[in-house]
Design a protein around this ligand. Structure first.
Ligand SMILES: [Zn+2]
Length: 467
């Protein structure tokens, strides 16, 4: 057990809890979009409800002819296909409150929309993105050349952040529209907290999220991109925590901060004080990365933060030899520490299947859409699940079907045995309609997102009104 400064008393924890804002707001926009559509077509792709009618906040309506998965088809004990049925759903005040056979009577006085047999799936969650810091919506720029790794990026940001600041809110809103158009109605955004912009990126990000609060739910991570200790931002992070931030961020405690124990202790102390979660960027590979994860697991236990800690990237897990990787996965699972990944290719292969098998929650995110780090982001969380399926060889009906859970934060229409578990009466109407026959086809073929619902509100795409 690692010795930690006196810190993590529950009393202190509770005493600060009242200062913290609500965890979740939400937002939306409308816009149909095909994969790889050019930006011009997607950013402003406005809604399109026939007859100008569309489901809004607190409305009550019928969604007719919705395809729902209801079981797996087996041959010789193996899943070979997915079975579906058509249903009519009644949605009231953001919840699915009736699931009816298509022959059953329903209230025809309600607004009715025809899903035309399209498949309804749980909407997606982008669990790692930087809405506050992107080139998206502005002119093309490739990634920044680097000789000195992350330190060149920190140097670049001394001027780049100020250059982006005047359009930060506008870019964030365009990015929100982009991820909504791909069916994500929940986002965890990291937000720079640094000595260059102070809390200004956070202020702009919050304005953008408020403008979309009917269409997407969110979490915000206060991210010390220039180092928590290295850039001396503990005070700023604490200020940010009082502005509705839900998670304390961190960054490479050995490589950037030069003091793993102090860096991690400071981060965990802030989280304990504000009753917040943690989501640390840990790019460090090999031994220092592994040591940091072990210490973080210890501190998580001491601070009582089980289930509230995420390690983003965690590239060091890709280098663990067989045996040690299983032990590490068990340690993460025992503390409820999740791993957020953008499913990297070309470096080490992340042990996502092993992590899942050991009960570690794996979250996916787009991370960079286009910025100084990376120009390749599409904004589609489902495409990340698709990438994982390719990387890990999940190409059969069952494995593809299960892969959907990576995009949805764990929610799937069928459980592992094929029993229908979503949607149920009473579930929040967070859903995507796609022209596909099942989850497996959706993961493999990445169909258009025809309509995206957030708490019953049409957040993107279109629905055809009937009568
Ligand atoms: Zn990131």
């Amino acid at each position: 057990m690692v010795k930690v400064n006196d810190g993590f008393s529950r009393r202190k924890f509770l005493s600060n809890a009242g200062k913290i804002g609500g965890a979740s707001a939400v937002l939306g926009v409308t816009g149909t979009m095909d994969l790889f559509l050019p930006e011009e077509n997607t950013a402003n792709a406005a809604e399109v409800s026939v007859n100008n009618k569309k489901p809004g906040k607190n409305s009550q309506y019928m969604l007719l002819n919705v395809r729902l998965e209801n079981g797996y088809k087996y041959e010789n004990g193996l899943v070979v296909a997915t079975e579906t049925v058509l249903r009519n759903l009644q949605i009231t005040n953001g919840k699915i409150n009736k699931i009816l056979d298509t022959t059953a009577t329903y209230n025809k006085n309600l607004d009715c929309y025809d899903a035309k047999g399209m498949l309804l799936l749980p909407s997606f969650r982008d669990m790692h993105i930087h809405l506050d810091k992107t080139y998206y919506g502005g002119p093309w720029r490739a990634a920044h050349l680097r000789k000195n790794g992350i330190f060149d990026m920190i140097e670049l940001e001394q001027t780049l952040l100020l250059e982006l600041l005047p359009t930060a809110q506008e870019r964030a809103e365009k990015l929100i529209e982009l991820i909504l158009s791909y069916g994500s109605t929940y986002v965890r955004s990291h937000c720079n907290i640094d000595q260059v912009v102070g809390l200004k990126n956070l202020e702009n990000l919050k304005k953008a999220l408020v403008n979309y609060s009917d269409k997407i739910s969110h979490e915000i991570v206060a991210f010390p991109q220039h180092g928590l200790l290295r850039s001396n931002v503990e005070g700023l992070i604490r200020d940010a925590m009082q502005l509705g931030v839900t998670h304390v961020g961190g960054l490479d405690p050995t490589l950037v901060d030069g003091n793993m124990e102090k860096s991690l202790n400071t981060m965990v102390q802030i989280a304990a004080d504000y009753k917040a979660g943690i989501d640390i960027h840990l790019h460090e590979g090999g031994e220092t990365g592994i040591k940091a994860i072990r210490l973080l697991a210890d501190l998580t236990e001491q601070a009582g933060l089980q289930g509230k800690v995420t390690v983003s990237h965690a590239f060091s897990l890709a280098s663990l030899p067989a045996g040690e990787d299983e032990e590490m996965a068990s340690l993460l699972a025992s503390q409820g520490i999740s791993i957020a990944s953008s499913v990297p290719i070309g470096k080490g292969v992340m042990p996502i299947p092993l992590l899942q098998q050991k009960g570690v929650k794996v979250l996916l995110g787009n991370d960079s859409i286009t910025d100084q780090w990376d120009p390749f982001g599409i904004g589609d969380t489902l495409q990340k699940a698709h990438l994982a399926a390719q990387l890990y060889g999940w190409k059969h009906e069952y494995t593809l079907s299960r892969a959907l859970s990576l995009a949805t934060g764990g929610i799937t229409p069928l459980d592992e045995s094929g029993k229908q578990i979503w949607p149920k009466v009473g579930d929040v109407a967070n859903a995507v309609l796609v022209p596909a026959s099942c989850s497996a086809e959706t993961v493999a073929r990445l169909p258009k997102r025809a309509a995206v619902l957030h708490k019953g509100v049409l957040a993107s795409g279109s629905l055809e009104a009937v009568h």
